[in-house]
Design a protein around this ligand. Structure first.
Ligand code: SAM
Length: 275
């Protein structure tokens, strides 16, 4: 929570156009105190939270990273509490594309967004990448850590919500398989810009999103907070990057116990920043 709070204070302060000094003045504290909150060295006193939230024009819940959320995601929570791995432990095909294009011949940092129970994150760690991974499901994070322990590798796995978690460091690879449709459409531009600007020069994104197709019926599992992408939309976000691989395909799925089909777009693109 400390990391989320630190990132939120910094993000919403900037959104309000406030300097650290200006925020500190409103709260009758020093700018050094604000700076320490934003780097996660300290957290604000609880008595200050109402005033801080008011100054940033958000609720205390939102400040703490508990934006009204997604009871539906709890279906993952209960699925992941079972002993067996809901998604299995075999890495997704997209992992192989990453290894092919950016093998870990030097220290490389990967972030797996919506990592589930960690099959891809742990695979990357086993291959020698330095891996961070987050998911909204606490059970998923615990299972990711257990899978990493079993493989005797380290994954920096933590719980966070894509809706309000913003990146605070740069990565060589940003990876996400089957999770970005949980970003609310009105947040999509902001979140994708955040991900895009946190990839090192020469780094990659490897992203897999579910898309709507008129000839594929909606999936039987009804989730209120799932927003399938438009076909091709993902590629547009990376029109100014080198596209290594982009594809659309349909596949069978049985995740709800009822056989159905999904369509997906998969993109692997390299970041080449201008000189
Ligand atoms: C279809 S699963 C994919 C899991 C994993 N990437 C894999 O391929 O095994 C989607 C994942 O997104 C996570 N998720 C859903 N909403 C989220 C959110 N707002 N923030 C972070 N993770 C979220 C779910 O908990 C779930 O683990």
């Amino acid at each position: 929570m400390r990391e989320t709070l630190a990132a939120n204070i910094s993000r919403y302060r900037k959104n309000m156009g406030l300097t650290q000094d200006a925020l500190a003045e409103q709260l009758s504290i020093t700018f050094q105190a604000v700076s320490k909150w934003e780097t996660g060295q300290t957290v604000p006193d609880t008595a200050l939270l109402p005033k801080l939230a008011q100054a940033l024009n958000i609720s205390i819940d939102k400040l703490l990273g508990y934006s009204a959320f997604v009871s539906d995601v709890s279906h993952y929570e209960s699925d992941y509490r079972k002993d067996e791995y809901f998604w299995g432990i075999q890495p997704s095909m997209m992992c192989l594309k990453v290894i092919e294009l950016l093998p870990p011949t030097r220290p490389l940092k990967i972030l797996d967004i919506g990592c589930g129970e960690g099959k891809d994150a742990v695979f990357f760690a086993r291959c020698g990448y330095e891996v961070s991974a987050f998911d909204f499901s606490q059970a998923g994070i615990e299972k990711t850590k257990r899978l990493a322990d079993k493989a005797r590798v380290h994954v920096n796995a933590f719980r966070a919500n894509m809706w309000d978690y913003r990146l605070s460091e740069m990565y060589d690879v940003i990876f996400s398989s089957g999770a970005l449709h949980y970003i609310k459409p009105e947040l999509r531009d902001e979140v994708m810009t955040d991900y895009k600007t946190h990839v090192n020069d020469g780094g990659l994104v490897a992203l897999h999103v579910f898309v709507e197709k008129p000839f594929i019926p909606p999936p039987p599992e009804r989730e209120n907070h799932s927003y399938f992408w438009k076909s091709g939309q993902l590629f547009m976000y990376f029109h100014d990057w080198h596209i290594n691989h982009c594809t659309e395909y349909a596949f069978d799925c049985n995740s709800s116990g009822i056989p159905h089909r999904h369509a997906a777009n998969r993109l692997v693109a390299s970041c080449a920043k201008q000189a």
